[in-house]
Design a protein around this ligand. Structure first.
Ligand SMILES: [Zn+2]
Length: 183
C-alpha cells in the first residue's frame, strides 16, 4: 500500500511538469499570434462590418471581409503587366509593386515580395483540409490571399493575391499627370 501512493506522486509530478511545459508553450503561441492579430484587429476597427458592406461591392465584401477567393484566371490583374503600384482595394494602402509581379501560372496575380513586410499581416489558415498561410492587409485587415514558399528568387515566396482585393495605380498616368501640371 505504501508503494502505490509513491508511484502516484511520481506520476503526478511528471504530469505537473508536462502541464507546466504545455501551458507555457501554449501561452507563448497565444502571445505570438496575439502580436500578429493585435495590430490587425486594432486597425480593422477602422470600419464596422456594416460600414464595409456599405462601401465595398458584394464581390469585394465576399473576398476582403469573408475571406473568399475569386475564380482562377478570372481576375482583372492576373495578366496585367503595366508598371505601377497595387493597392488594397478596401483602404488604398500600397501593398505590391509591379516590379515584383511575375507569371506563376496559378491564375492569380502573384508577387515574390510586398512593398514592405509591415504592410502584410499573416495568419495560419487550416480551412479546406489544407495548411496555408493567409495574407491580410495590415492596415484594414482585408483578406488578400495566401503566401506559399514555391516562389522565385530572391525570396522564394509566392504572394498569391485576389485581383478583387487590389486596385492599380499606373506609373504612366502618374508621370503624365505630373508632366501636365508642370507645363
Ligand atoms: Zn487595406
Amino acid at each position: 500500500m505504501k508503494i502505490f501512493p509513491k508511484k502516484l506522486t511520481v506520476l503526478y509530478k511528471k504530469q505537473l511538469i508536462l502541464t507546466i511545459l504545455l501551458s507555457s508553450t501554449l501561452s507563448f503561441i497565444v502571445a505570438q499570434s496575439a502580436k500578429v492579430g493585435e495590430k490587425r484587429l486594432e486597425n480593422s476597427a477602422m470600419k464596422t462590418e456594416e460600414e464595409w458592406r456599405g462601401c465595398l461591392t458584394p464581390e469585394e465584401y465576399r473576398i476582403l471581409r469573408e475571406k473568399g477567393t475569386e475564380m482562377a484566371f478570372s481576375g482583372k490583374y492576373n495578366n496585367h503587366k503595366e508598371e505601377g503600384v497595387y493597392k488594397c482595394a478596401a483602404c488604398g494602402e500600397k501593398l505590391f509593386s509591379s516590379e515584383t509581379k511575375y507569371e506563376s501560372g496559378s491564375g492569380w496575380p502573384s508577387f515574390w515580395q510586398p512593398i514592405s513586410k509591415e504592410k502584410i499581416a499573416t495568419e495560419s489558415d487550416n480551412s479546406l483540409f489544407m495548411s496555408r498561410v493567409e495574407i491580410l492587409c495590415n492596415s484594414c485587415g482585408g483578406h488578400l490571399g495566401h503566401v506559399f514558399d514555391d516562389g522565385p528568387r530572391p525570396t522564394g515566396l509566392r504572394y498569391c493575391v485576389n485581383s478583387v482585393s487590389l486596385d492599380f495605380e499606373s506609373l504612366k498616368s502618374k508621370s503624365s499627370e505630373i508632366r501636365g501640371k508642370t507645363k
